[in-house]
Ligand binder design. Structure first.
Ligand code: IMO
Ligand code: MG
Length: 425
């Protein structure tokens, strides 16, 4: 296939990093299309470990062009430090461009994210406090500052105007106002640094299409954190589902061939909000420690639950994925039996969708099927046929229930600990 979209099908942290890293080695171009440094994953390359939040995962291959798409909100301070680490490690970063239409996630967005959360008291979203919501809010209300403006000589004037209003808002929340001169000094230096990286990217993608280049669209977060389809308002502020790949890059609808949903073999969530299959028991603690389920960005312990096929079916519908990558299957080894949720019960009725209403979602009860577990360690298995029968059965049950094919199965954190069930890209 010449073009695929990789999207999280749950609440983020599904293991997208490993999959995008795998596919990006075959891609001519990798595009991040939404979100910002609220995302985070660790990539191992040549024995070194890197922590990426904003930069696409194709950065380690000099021949792969990495585009930070227009749908992103980018914090220049945080991006600079991410880039600095890579530059110091010897990467040229000549293979990276920032869309001139991408929005700049500024210091007042961060301050307001923190203040708004504090103001919500017991109704907090549990955001990453990276300014993501306030930055997208400004974008939609047409008060955003984009990278084309950030590197323009008029930036100090526009920023000063915005900061005046934002400081009033910050003061209303009881926060500490931001100093104009200090900010301009720092942003001025960064604007100079970023200038060579900022490009019009629709034309770059159009040329790539003409040349039949292989393009990978790298989604951050997950479908259940999507601003339209997630568990609103406990969501992030962008379209993290596959639709975002079109609007967040300018690729047009004629080039994307498939979407690969990334599915963790169980479910996790960080932050607040409903979680129908959540577990509060020893099994949850065991999984959390075994898989080190703590946030990469915020270090918060992740909430743990059984696999939710009702959610995955919804996610398949929203994204239209024909394929999925099943991650962290090895974590389930050693269990006598494993429950999976197939549908929900809502007020005595069986439903096969995710309700829009938060109140209804909180009332949903999982309907479980119990599948037999497997005892064998599977981390050295490299072919589907060599998996224990019950592990194969688990995969096939998911395939049947959600109507999609597993193309890749991860059986360990290392790059090699992967079963390629179908070669799609
Ligand atoms: P990756 O790409 C998991 C969650 C936050 C919070 C909600 C809103 O690593 O999978 P935000 O700061 O985006 O306004 O927070 O979304 N969240 C994530 N959870 N993985 C992520 O990214 C996330 N990015 C945001 O915890 O509940
Ligand atoms: Mg993460």
């Amino acid at each position: 296939m010449k073009s695929i979209v990789v999207v999280g099908s749950q609440w983020g942290d599904e293991g997208k990093g490993k999959v995008t890293n795998y596919y990006s080695s075959k891609a001519d171009i990798v595009v991040r299309y939404q979100g910002g440094n609220n995302a985070g994953h660790t990539v191992k390359f040549n024995g070194m470990e890197f922590h990426l939040q904003t930069i696409p995962s194709g950065i380690f291959n000099e021949k792969t062009l990495n585009i930070l798409g227009n749908g992103m909100v980018i914090n220049p301070i945080s991006l600079y430090s991410e880039m600095k680490t890579l530059l110091d490690a010897g990467f040229s970063l000549k293979n990276m461009v920032i869309s001139s239409r991408a929005n700049v996630d500024l210091n007042y967005h961060l301050t307001l994210d923190g203040l708004k959360e504090a103001h919500l008291k017991d109704k907090q979203i549990g955001t990453t406090k990276k300014g993501i919501g306030p930055c997208y809010t400004d974008k939609i209300s047409r008060d955003g500052i984009r990278f084309c403006d950030f590197i323009d000589e008029d930036f100090p004037k526009i920023y000063a105007e915005r900061l005046k209003e934002k400081n009033e808002e910050i003061a209303r929340y009881g926060g500490e106002v931001i100093d104009l001169e200090e900010s301009l000094k720092e942003y001025g230096k960064l604007a100079k640094f970023f200038k060579p990286y900022v490009k019009e990217t629709v034309s770059i993608l159009a040329k790539a299409k003409e040349e039949n280049k292989k393009i990978l669209f790298e989604g951050a977060q997950g479908t259940m954190l999507d601003i339209d389809f997630g568990t609103y308002p406990y969501v992030s502020s962008s379209n993290s589902s596959a639709g975002g790949a079109i609007t967040g890059s300018g690729i047009g609808i004629d080039y994307i061939e498939a979407c690969v949903g990334i599915v963790k073999a169980y479910t996790t969530r960080v932050g607040e909000g409903p979680f129908v299959t959540e577990l509060h028991n020893e099994l949850a603690d065991t999984i959390r420690e075994k898989a080190h389920e703590y946030g990469v960005v915020t270090h918060r312990p992740r909430r743990i639950g059984y696999l939710d096929l009702n959610q995955l079916r919804f996610s398949r519908n929203v994204n239209g994925f024909k394929y999925f990558a099943l991650m962290l299957l090895d974590i389930l080894s050693g269990l006598d039996e494993i429950k999976v949720c197939t549908k929900y019960e809502l007020d005595g009725e069986v439903i096969d969708y995710i309700p829009a209403s938060l109140k209804e979602t909180y009332r949903c009860k999982p309907i479980y099927v119990t599948l037999p577990g497997w005892k064998e360690d599977i981390t050295n298995v490299r072919s589907f046929k060599d998996l224990p029968e019950n592990a194969k059965n688990y995969v096939q049950f998911i395939e049947k229930e959600i109507g999609a094919t597993a193309c890749l199965i991860s059986v360990g954190p290392d790059h090699d600990a992967t079963i390629i069930k179908e070669d799609i890209f």
